[in-house]
Design a protein around this ligand. Structure first.
Ligand SMILES: [Zn+2]
Length: 111
């Protein structure tokens, strides 16, 4: 029976010794394990993201700093840089069209 009790000790929560009760410590262990793990970087795709502060994560490989969950990085943290660029291009094209229209109006006024 003693051996079973020994197996149940949970790494990071060992520091509390026999205090605070097993259920609470088990929950804390799960959270601490999540928050201390390394995650995949959404920018450079390397497993180098570590928790910097509550909800703030930073990549040790490329230095990216971003927000995630308080104790973990959601799996679908995808940065869509390509889409943003496309949107910018679309906006520029729209501006050009509007400029042309404005010019057309001005020309017609002059005539
Ligand atoms: Zn990175």
């Amino acid at each position: 029976m003693l051996k079973i009790a020994e197996k149940k000790t949970l790494g990071s929560v060992k520091r509390f010794g026999p205090r605070y009760g097993g259920t609470v410590k088990e929950k804390l262990y799960k959270v601490e394990k999540q928050s201390r793990a390394t995650y995949k970087c959404p920018y450079c795709h390397k497993e180098k993201v570590r928790k910097q502060s509550l909800g703030i994560w930073s990549c040790k490989k490329c230095g990216a700093k971003f927000t995630g969950k308080a104790y973990s990085v959601p799996k679908k943290t995808v940065i869509k840089e390509e889409n943003i660029e496309e949107e910018i291009v679309e906006v520029k094209e729209k501006d050009k069209k509007e400029e042309k229209e404005e010019k057309g109006v001005k020309y017609s006024e002059k005539k």
